[in-house]
Write a protein that binds this ligand. Sequence first.
Ligand SMILES: Nc1ncnc2c1ncn2[C@@H]1O[C@H](COP(=O)(O)OP(=O)(O)OP(=O)(O)O)[C@@H](O)[C@H]1O
Ligand SMILES: [Mg+2]
Length: 348
Amino acid sequence: MDGIDVRNLEKQYQVFRKREGVWASLRSLVTRQYTTIRAVKGVSFRIEPGEMVAFLGPNGAGKTTTLKLLAGLIYPTAGTATVLGHVPWKREIAYRRRFALVMGQKNQLWWDLPAQESFRLHKEIYRLEADVFERRLAELTELLEVKKLVGQPVRELSLGERMRMELIAALLHSPDVLLLDEPTIGLDVVSQRKVQDFLKHYQAEQNLTVLLTSHYMKDVQALCQRAVVINEGEIKHDGPLADIVDRFSTFKVIDLLFAGDQRPQGLERFGEVFDDQFPRAKLKVPRQHVPEILTGLLSNYSLEDVGVQDRPLEEVIAELFTSTRADAEDASGPTGDDGRSDPAGARR
Ligand SMILES: Nc1ncnc2c1ncn2[C@@H]1O[C@H](COP(=O)(O)OP(=O)(O)OP(=O)(O)O)[C@@H](O)[C@H]1O
Ligand SMILES: [Mg+2]
């Protein structure tokens, strides 16, 4: 089967726990104490060929672990996965020629050599024909605007330039599946945009299947329509990116523009005032109370303009993660009267 198919995938790590103190350390040399970390706890999802899906979650959620499993770098503890019909951890050569993994935090190019030397190595590894290789290299360096830099040692490149070289190295062999682990981490806004634009264009043109992790919601919004959200090794949401705001945002923002030159009093009664710059102000209000709050505002103040907005995806996701954590710590159950604020209620 094409695409990516993940079923009940589980990965546990055994970590050696060192005891405190000299005597305890010596003793633990003899009786080693291990703890089990369940990094990925039975996740399932499917990605269709040609889809670009965001894989979101807070630090330590299990994203990189899942990508490493899909790249065949590590073995799962349980469960199955196929990518383009291959079981990744069997490490078949036929699979290696069809996917690529790019990790923003890891340098895969030779540090002291010009990028073009690493590219030549890839040519040999993937047994690319000379003319195919030259053509691909010319195309990619052109698209990513790094043609002039391929002869410079990688260590002399800026982070943004290096990242673009990493992408070239990953794409030279024309993979059908691309696993991207934070490809824009640490990049400035301009470089981030370059990488985003390139990925958008290239993915559509080549009909690549992409799974992308990023902590930058700008990347995600620019590139993906669908998001799989993972937290503490479990899938919390799988569906349209736009649904995340609808489903998890417990608040909306009311934008107010006051008429007259008197700063209005008592706005706090209606919600949390967070951007108070007379004649403008913003109010954060529970979404289920928006209609009555609007009525109250209109009858109490003289307003030039009023607007209701969803909160930015970034904030909603941050809230989703903190509330799931709070949920785990305090098992008192759902909060909020419409169930929207209950991330546990959203679990599948
Ligand atoms: N090699 C390893 N040995 C032991 N534990 C590990 C190992 N790799 C990851 N973990 C643990 O597994 C959990 C998931 O880690 P993972 O790197 O998959 O998270 P992540 O979602 O990629 O986070 P981030 O957003 O910070 O990159 C974490 O608790 C982490 O400490
Ligand atoms: Mg990670």
